[in-house]
Design a protein around this ligand. Sequence first.
Ligand SMILES: Cc1cc2nc3c(=O)[nH]c(=O)nc-3n(C[C@H](O)[C@H](O)[C@H](O)COP(=O)(O)OP(=O)(O)OC[C@H]3O[C@@H](n4cnc5c(N)ncnc54)[C@H](O)[C@@H]3O)c2cc1C
Length: 425
Amino acid sequence: MKAIVIGAGLGGLLSAARLSKAGYAVEVFERLPITGGRFTNLEYEGFQLSSGAFHMFPHGPGGPLARLLEEVGADVQIVRSGQTALRVPLKKGSTDYGAGFRDIPFYDFPALLSNKDRLKTAFLIASTRKNRPAGSTLQAWIKTQVKDEWLVRLADSFCGWSLSLRSEEVPVEEVFEIIENLYRFGGPGVPMGGCKGVIDALEAVIAANGGIIRTKTEVSKILVENGKVTGVLVNGEEHEADQVISNIGHAATAGLCGEALSGEKYAGYLEMLETLQPSAGIKICLSAAEPLIGHSGVLLTPYAKRINGINEVTQVDPKLAPPGRHLTMSHQHVAPENVKDLEAEIELGLKDLKAIFPGKKYEVLLIQSYHDGWPVNRAASGTDPGNETPITGLYVVGDGAKGKGGIEVEGVALGVAATMKKILG
Ligand SMILES: Cc1cc2nc3c(=O)[nH]c(=O)nc-3n(C[C@H](O)[C@H](O)[C@H](O)COP(=O)(O)OP(=O)(O)OC[C@H]3O[C@@H](n4cnc5c(N)ncnc54)[C@H](O)[C@@H]3O)c2cc1C
């Protein structure tokens, strides 16, 4: 059996590793000169910056990605990060960090509520594990339960960091699925060597199983006969396959199918694809001699204007920066209406950093923005249409086709695992 994978992003390489291990002849086509897509390192002056991700697995060594890497035999060491912390103003009632701040552990968030709301929140946490809320957004749901502005800030900061969305954009059922996964798999972790540590390990598995990865090779068409995939077109040449796994999202995959997806039969699918919204964001990479955060956990910043959270990966793997330096990275969600004005958003992010790290010395290494064809997520969490397509033998993996409740690369791994189950049984 032969499988072709379009795109050497994380989802594509995980699929290629799993299928090659199962005995498939596997060929991966990647249009860029590098592999890894939005999950690899970019070397810059001795720092291991990245093409996308913050060198972090949302569920560390206990999550779906760690499990899938182990299953395919990829040699990656993942170190659990410390506790997530919340930076809150010192003075009650302040809405910024101007008059000072303190950091509290994430699980202490109810301490900032009134006694009445604290009790109500404790009751909600206990009761919603059995009776999941549904049918609204997270923000709308919070507002009907506990009318406290702090919880909305916290929700925006958490959703901004982990999904690059506002709490008003996330279906409440997806958030409860995420919370359940946090109980089940634990909090984040950092792969040693950063994102590229993972990509290199997957490539080693694919090579050991006889798979081939071709970079600088773009797939221009997906070939379909009688509703079944038969291969792909590359540089005008047809390559046959029994299965095609696309790592480029549902919309781009449909685009490569062309005529094969025209007609009444596919109209509903194509209409649904138009509703999928990629999420946008900005990453700012900082270098400092002294640590800016000082621990390996995520620092959520609910009182910043734009920045949702920050991590300092050199607390886990010092080799991600040159000796004597730290690599600290901030993330900010960009609302759809602000994508047209990224420079203003970046300015607000830089201003936030000054307020979050007053008096600290740091250098801005790189500012990256992500949207449209190179987004933070191809489909907003909780909205993607799964891994199957209307074409038999054609599947979509990656962050446009995640598993339920799967934050970012954990969702990519859940989606790949579900696809492999369909193909391999
Ligand atoms: C700023 C930012 C921070 C993030 N932080 C984290 C984090 O800390 N933790 C986390 O879990 N996730 C994080 N993510 C999300 C994570 O990076 C992505 O979910 C993940 O990398 C997506 O992988 P993918 O499998 O969808 O493949 P992609 O990265 O989308 O790769 C797809 C590949 O397909 C190639 N391709 C496209 N078209 C063609 C074609 N026609 N022919 C051949 N090749 C083609 C592309 O060049 C690309 O290499 C972050 C993302 C961003 C942008």
